[in-house]
Structures are given as structure tokens and as C-alpha cells.
Design a binder for this molecule. Structure first.
Ligand SMILES: C[S@@+](CC[C@H](N)C(=O)[O-])C[C@H]1O[C@@H](n2cnc3c(N)ncnc32)[C@H](O)[C@@H]1O
Length: 508
């Protein structure tokens, strides 16, 4: 869980830079799929009882923030020795000193304090330099939407990476575009969407900037999400509004159109929000007021709705059809993990992970069986003489399974076992990934009377030239004459060619 709210202008999700910074979000990776988001805090004195400042405590040891700040992203960080046991004792001592009228212990930051010479108490509480411990290590990673999706504090069901990567591709969410989203929920989709449309912070150039216009009805979730957006430096790029979109629609700033080119609805009843996503007032209850569309007036708009039940899909598709959306399609993402490994086969390999202890081939099987038979005979051998007789009678070889060829015998043992064997890929035996049905559709640009008039003025009717089926008589005649002339010319030149050839033949 993030531990501190720190505004940060340039988002570490979008431009993390090369090194970790104080005040910024970072991800501590404990193991392959175990991530811990942490807001890095510069040391400003004892924190939470630790003289090392803020500390991340994990099962791999303790990591003071001072060891996590200003290191290249991706660094491996070793645990430090942190005196976790003295926390309580220290607090208790402070309380006793204060109650006895002693001067309160000054806050220290490891640098020189304002007082001339530090007294004993100052020296005791000065920033303790972290000392490496052997308990373990972690890696420090820049935050990404994918990592955030797996580590964010869930308030709702969220959209996962396999779904949102496909959705953003189908919505044509490009840098510079504006995307409407409802509801915001836990912000999983929002983080991926803002990265897709990001092309700079507003106010840096006059160029149109990509933006996510997000709506959330639940007040607690709205406040939590707003807090996270600020902490992540995304508040200038995501405009979050607390609203029930079924009733209030998608306009912002008291009635302005966000001019969206893409819409994503993760709502229980998307069909109730769809009438607000039209190009003109969709209902008959015209109250005479001006109606503003939240959609971009000059571009086709792409929509995706995300619903877990097929009943929701049918209602959404009906509403889309009624409201003039086209290219309506439903998609279900069946995510399947593929496990690729080297399959090493052979009885002579150690019993190990990824090793199949079957015989590699017939030779190896025979050698192994012979060896087993041999051991068996040795165990039941009553006396040397008897054994020798039996062996001679049966013609059984007494040698242990030998290498099959001389080359095999000479071959050095494999240096890199992971390079051994055949590369194989296995899928999960069971696919258990239904999250939701995705409905996609497109709302083309509206063909208005003004657009019709503009085209008619540019290409006046009856004055077309060289357009099949729409030429005037004169132009048609001229074209036909041209064609005949060309044909005549072709015929003449062919005849001339033939005569010349004949003449040449006569001379020879
Ligand atoms: C499944 S969650 C969205 C999860 C989000 N897409 C994510 O990836 O984290 C659905 C959200 O829609 C919100 N919601 C439901 N009805 C709404 C409405 N009429 N207007 C705005 N938000 C609504 C809910 O409060 C809930 O937070």
C-alpha cells in the first residue's frame, strides 16, 4: 500500500527518467509477481521510530528509503540492518523524557543541525547510515500501468492488461486523442488509457494534448482516485468528475464538450449512458435548450463497452443500433499463458526440474535394463561359482551400462544444462479467464446540410468531366473519337510492320 501523498508534476508512469527520485512512486519487486508500490521519502529525521528514516519492511529484510533513492531503475537493492526492536523502547523513553520536562528531541536529517555542537541526544538520533544485511534483496522498478494493475488497492473489479491492451488498440487511442471513461473504479484502465493518449502535459505547446475524461459515481472511490491521480502526477492529464453518467452525461466544466474520439464504458448498464453519446439530441423530450454533444464533431468515434453478462450485451447492442452506431461487434478475450521450457529426456540425467526420466532412445533403454538385471543378479548371487555358471549359460554381459559410442564417452559433460534438450511449449490445461464481453462500435461523422452544400459547391452537378456515366454528350463523343483514332493508328502501324517484313523476305 502506498504510504504517503506527494504531488509530482511529471508522472513516473510516463517519464520515469533514469533514476529513482524522492517524492515519486516506485515499485519494489519482491519476487516475479509480487510488487509493492512505495512513495519514496527523503530523510527528514526519525520516521515511525526508525533512526534510518522511512523503511520498507519485507520478508526479505528491511530497506530504508535512503537506499532506494537516486539509484538507476532496475537496480538490485540489498537489505539493510535496521534495529526494529528498539522502536518501542525509543518511543517509551521519549515519552518519559518529555513528561519529566526534558527538552524535546530535535528532528534531525543526518546533516548538521542548526545548533552549534550536537549534544549527546543529537548524536544518538542523527541519521543512521544503512548497513547492508545478508537477509536478502529486492529490485526497484519504475511504475507502469501493467504493474499498477497487479498491485493497486482494489476498490472494484478492474480491467486487466490482456483486455485493456486490446481495447485501447481497437479504440485507436493514439497520442493526442481524447478518451471518455466511465466508471473510473479503481483506476486500472485509466492508467493504461492515459499512457496511450499522452503526448505531453497541457500548456507546454499549443498542440492538442491527449486526455482522459473520466467519471465516477461512488463518492469514496472518486476521492480515492483523485488522490492517486495527484500522487502519480496524472491530475493534469485525467479530468475526473464525480457524476452519475446515466443522468448527467459526459460534458465537463459546466457544459463544455470534451470532443472525445474514443469512449470506454465499464458500467452495469451502458445502454442507459449511450443516449448522451450521440451527435444530436437523441430523445423526443426537446425542452428547447441547446444540446451539446460530448463527441468530436469532425471525427468518427470508437466505443467499447465491458460487460460480464450476455444479457447486458444484447441490451447494449440494441441501443447502439437504435442510435446509429455501425460496425457493431462483440469480442471475448480468452487469455492463455504459454509455458515454454526445454524438455530434457534421459535416464542418465540427474533427477531435476524439467527433466523427464525416460529413456532417450532404445539403446539407452537396453543399457539401463541390462544394468538393472546385472544388479539383481549380483544381489541374489549365492556363490561365485554358481553365478559364473549361470552367467555363462545365459550369456549375460557383466559390464555396467557403457556409453553407447566412443564419441559419447569422449563428450564433456554439458556445461549449461539449461541449453540441453528440446524447446517445447505447453498451454494451460484449463482456460479460466472470462472477464467480460467487449462490444465495439463506430459512430461515423454526421453528414450535415452544411457538409452537403460544401461538397456541392466544390463539385457542381452536371459539370463532371471524365466520370463514367455522368458525362455530357459532347464529352462522350470526343472520347469515342479519340478511342477510334487510336485504334485506327494501331491498325495502320501493324499493317506497315507486316509489309516491311514481307519486303525484307522477298529481298532475301
Ligand atoms: C467495475 S468498476 C470500473 C473499474 C475500472 N474500469 C478499472 O479498471 O479499475 C465500475 C465503476 O463504475 C461506477 N459506476 C456505476 N454506475 C455509474 C454511473 N451511473 N455513473 C458513473 N459511475 C458509475 C461504479 O461506482 C464503479 O466504481
Amino acid at each position: 500500500m502506498p504510504t504517503m501523498a506527494t504531488p509530482h508534476r511529471v508522472s513516473p508512469f510516463l517519464e520515469p527518467g533514469l533514476r529513482t527520485k524522492p517524492g515519486s512512486l516506485a515499485v519494489v519487486q519482491l519476487s516475479r509477481d509480487n510488487f509493492l508500490p512505495v512513495y519514496l521519502q527523503e530523510h527528514t529525521g526519525e520516521h515511525d521510530g526508525y533512526i534510518e528514516g522511512a523503511v520498507v519492511n519485507t520478508r526479505f529484510g528491511s530497506f530504508p528509503h535512503s537506499t532506494l533513492i537516486n539509484v538507476p531503475w532496475g537496480s538490485q537493492i540489498r537489505a539493510s540492518k535496521v534495529d526494529t526492536g528498539s522502536r518501542g523502547r525509543k518511543r517509551k523513553r521519549q515519552l518519559t523524557e518529555n513528561s519529566e520536562g526534558a527538552t524535546p528531541e530535535p528532528a534531525t536529517n543526518g546533516a548538521k543541525t542548526d545548533t552549534a555542537e550536537p549534544d549527546d541526544a543529537d548524536a544518538e538520533t542523527a541519521l543512521k547510515q544503512a548497513v547492508a544485511d545478508s537477509s536478502g534483496f529486492v529490485h526497484i522498478l519504475p511504475p507502469t500501468p501493467e504493474i499498477w494493475t497487479t498491485s493497486l488497492p482494489h476498490r472494484t473489479q478492474v480491467v486487466y492488461t490482456p483486455d485493456y491492451s486490446y481495447i485501447l488498440y481497437r479504440l485507436r487511442a493514439l497520442p493526442g486523442s481524447t478518451l471518455i471513461e466511465a466508471g473510473a473504479g479503481s483506476g486500472s484502465f485509466t492508467h493504461a488509457a492515459v499512457r496511450a493518449v499522452y503526448n505531453g502535459y497541457p500548456g507546454t505547446t499549443p498542440r492538442r494534448k491527449g486526455k482522459v475524461v473520466s467519471f465516477e459515481y461512488n463518492e469514496d472511490r472518486y476521492h480515492k482516485m483523485q488522490e492517486e491521480l495527484t500522487q502519480h502526477g496524472l491530475d493534469g492529464l485525467v479530468q475526473l468528475t464525480h457524476r452519475n453518467v446515466y443522468e448527467g452525461g459526459f460534458l465537463v466544466d459546466g457544459g463544455r464538450s470534451p470532443e472525445a474520439e474514443a469512449v470506454f464504458l465499464d458500467l452495469p448498464a451502458p445502454w442507459e449512458a449511450l443516449p448522451h453519446l450521440s451527435r444530436r439530441r437523441p430523445t423526443t423530450d426537446d425542452d428547447g435548450t441547446e444540446w451539446v454533444s460530448p463527441l468530436h464533431p469532425k471525427k468518427s468515434v470508437y466505443i467499447c463497452t465491458f460487460s460480464p453478462c450476455i444479457e447486458q450485451v444484447t441490451k447494449t447492442v440494441s441501443a447502439l443500433r437504435r442510435l446509429g452506431w455501425v460496425d457493431i461487434e462483440m469480442v471475448e478475450i480468452m487469455n492463455r499463458k504459454l509455458h515454454t521450457l526445454r524438455d530434457r529426456v534421459g535416464l542418465n540425467l540427474q533427477v531435476d526440474r524439467g527433466v523427464n526420466n525416460s529413456a532417450r532412445d532404445v539403446d539407452e533403454a537396453i543399457a539401463r535394463l541390462t544394468e538393472i538385471e546385472e544388479r539383481f543378479r549380483e544381489n541374489v548371487r549365492p556363490s561365485r561359482g554358481e553365478d559364473t555358471e549361470m552367467a555363462e549359460e545365459e550369456g549375460v554381459s557383466r559390464t555396467r551400462a557403457a556409453p553407447r559410442t566412443e564419441e559419447d564417452a569422449a563428450a564433456p559433460t554439458a556445461k549449461f544444462p539449461w541449453q540441453d534438450g528440446q524447446l517445447i511449449t505447453r498451454g494451460e490445461p484449463e482456460i479460466k479467464s472470462h472477464t467480460s464481453y467487449l462490444v465495439f462500435a463506430v459512430l461515423p461523422v454526421e453528414w450535415s446540410d452544411e457538409a452537403e452544400a460544401a461538397v456541392a459547391a466544390k463539385y457542381p452537378l452536371g459539370k463532371e468531366q471524365k466520370v463514367v456515366g455522368a458525362m455530357d454528350k459532347k464529352a462522350k463523343k470526343a472520347q469515342r473519337r479519340e478511342m477510334l483514332e487510336q485504334k485506327k493508328g494501331d491498325r495502320k502501324s501493324r499493317r506497315k510492320e507486316r509489309d516491311e517484313k514481307l519486303a525484307e523476305g522477298a529481298v532475301v
